[in-house]
Design a protein around this ligand. Sequence first.
Ligand code: HEM
Ligand code: HEM
Length: 202
Amino acid sequence: MSMPARQANGLTRYTKGAIILHWLVALGIIILIVIGLVMDHLQLNPMRLFQLYQLHKSIGITVMFLIVLRIIWRITHKPPELPASVPPFDRLIAHLAQLGLYGLQIFMPLTGWAMVSVSVLGIPTVLYGTVHWPDLPVLATLPNKAPVEAALKVAHHWGGWILTALILVHAAAALFHHYVLRDNVLRQMLPAFGRKATQQGD
Ligand code: HEM
Ligand code: HEM
């Protein structure tokens, strides 16, 4: 397997690890948003609802670990450049959207974890029906949990909607680059499938 191509100024495409992490996290987050909406809006029987909450929490904590790996990748690598043809304003929007995505990828699991830690119902979090996940310290022992839980719920709810909007903009931009501008932006984030990685310079 060829090494990712490098230019003098850095990568010309994302590394294999970054690509795997991007798509695993993307899939995980989309599933979390769908489960979140189902939990909140469908009238399910209590047992089903309980299972769905546990599944949401399990995937949410898993994604949190993957995001930590992504952030480590990001700190230790310089991502590939956008093509020279991308105007400054579009670059700015892309960077702001990616910054927002990173921010919400941290914000969502933490508010979720905090919310269940401070829950007045005190339901334990059991990942995939096997691993007992601890509550965050301090929060679990607060004397007046209800207002903190309510505030975290609002934060998680609106964070979810802002994240959904950003994902739609981000994915639409990627598809626009691929199908309309016909540049390499999406391809940089797709597996090479045997193509020579070195062809991907812009
Ligand atoms: C990237 C990670 C996550 C995303 C994108 C996400 C997304 C969502 C969404 C969209 C909702 C529905 C919100 C609503 O309609 O009000 C929701 C609800 C919820 N999430 Fe998450 N979540 C994530 C991680 C977590 C984690 C790690 C936990 C707990 C360990 C968690 C616990 C909950 C709970 C308890 C609810 C129900 C809140 C309520 O009763 O209104 N989430 N989540
Ligand atoms: C669902 C369809 C998605 C598509 C088509 C897509 C596509 C892409 C592409 C093409 C890039 C590379 C952009 C560049 O070269 O500058 C990228 C980067 C990125 N994507 Fe996505 N993505 C999707 C979903 C997501 C989701 C759900 C998230 C997280 C919530 C996400 C977070 C990011 C981040 C943070 C980067 C920047 C990576 C870096 O340079 O550090 N993406 N995405």
